[in-house]
Design a protein around this ligand. Structure first.
Ligand code: GYE
Length: 362
């Protein structure tokens, strides 16, 4: 039996605050910079297009003095995403003084660009984007800037040429999550007297080009360099979905018969991988042959750990609704907001799952 690691919730990040001094050097801490002026630059024709693309856009009918928020969501690819959508919808309610225009991009950035243009046309008060990928935002965010509509980025980060194109960002330090995964594995192998063993790893990556994928992949890669006896056999994207995670894991199992560890860049892909492992007649989890490391720590991951299938999940907190609300209220009051706001996160190993699961909010 493996030694219990104990009820150690490793706080991987300093609380909800932010940077300038942080390691994320993509954006300087320039404080609030609400784009309230409309410049005389011609706005893009593109703003005239796609207004019919309200597709699954939903809006509530709030009073005229309510704040109108257009939210472009990534999609509905995972439990994390569902919890995030619920948090946003539960916050931006009529009762809280908002009208929410919600748009599901179905994991496609082009849909998000259309949604943002739609929000600009509707003259919303705030645009909130959970971006699918980091790059490709300059043009449409310039359009929002020209229109004087402040943009708040949530969850994944963006990479733009001018940081004034968005007010601020709130989300997770994905690279730190990658570091935490490696630290957990090193501790686990040590606890089990396997420090000198050759360890073969495969990774199910998230959506390529999303900051959740980039940060987790890079964090693991960087820290793995400290363990020369660990080998990354292969990395492949499972697009953050359970079905694709299962498919990719099936192919990994066919290619390699000596996999020791699976790193799934989210819980849903881990669930798919676990199904593939079982279907192949193999075993996983604390008492199995293959160690499963995951990210998000959604409730179903705790259930999987309790069932003995998953070893650990590195937390990624999706409850951003109240955080974005707080940012908007500050901006409304004319206060400055921190440019980068990181949330506090922990690491949850299987040993603590039964105890912790009842306390989980998502
Ligand atoms: O880990 C995954 C989701 O961007 C943090 O996206 C988010 C990631 C999350 O699909 O489950």
């Amino acid at each position: 039996m493996k030694k219990v690691l104990g009820l150690v919730v490793i706080l991987s990040m300093m609380t909800v605050m932010f940077a300038g001094c942080g390691e994320n050097d993509a954006v300087a801490d320039t404080g609030s910079n609400v784009a309230t002026e409309t410049s005389d630059t011609e706005s893009s024709d593109a703003a005239q297009e796609d207004t019919t693309e309200a597709n699954d856009t939903e809006s509530s009918d709030a009073g005229s003095d309510s704040l109108v928020v257009g939210f472009s969501q990534v999609g509905a690819e995972s439990d994390w995403r569902t919890a995030n959508t619920e948090s946003m919808k539960g916050t931006f309610t009529e009762a809280n003084g908002y009208e929410l225009i919600f748009s599901d991009a179905q994991q496609k950035q082009e849909n998000q660009i259309k949604a943002v243009r739609n929000f600009i046309q509707q003259e919303v008060d705030y645009i909130v984007i959970a971006p699918v990928t980091e790059t490709g935002w300059d043009t449409v965010l310039n359009e929002a800037y020209e229109a004087g509509i402040p943009v708040i980025i949530v969850d994944r980060m963006i990479d733009v040429s001018d940081d004034n194109l968005f007010e601020c960002w709130v989300g997770s330090n994905f690279k730190q999550e990658g570091y935490d995964a490696v630290s957990w594995l090193a501790g686990y192998l040590e606890e089990n007297g396997r420090t000198d063993e050759e360890i073969n790893i495969v990774t199910l990556q998230g959506t390529i080009g999303s900051s959740a994928q980039i940060g987790r992949t890079e964090g693991v890669e960087e820290k793995m360099a400290d363990y020369p006896n660990w080998t990354m056999l292969e990395r492949q994207s499972g697009e953050f979905t359970q079905s694709k995670g299962q498919e990719v894991m099936e192919s990994f199992l066919k290619s390699y018969d000596d996999i020791d560890v699976v790193i799934a860049e989210n819980d849903n892909m881990a669930f798919g991988a676990i199904d593939a492992i079982k279907a192949a007649g193999r075993t996983c989890g604390p008492d199995g042959e293959i160690t499963i490391i995951s990210f998000d720590a959604v409730q179903a991951a705790f259930a999987s750990m309790i069932d003995g299938d998953m070893n650990v999940s590195v937390e990624c907190n999706p409850l951003h609704g109240p955080r974005v609300d707080e940012i908007i209220q500050k901006l409304e009051a004319g206060s400055s907001v921190d440019k980068l706001q990181y949330v506090e996160e922990g690491v949850f190993p299987a040993e603590t799952a039964a105890e912790i699961m009842p306390t989980r909010a998502y």
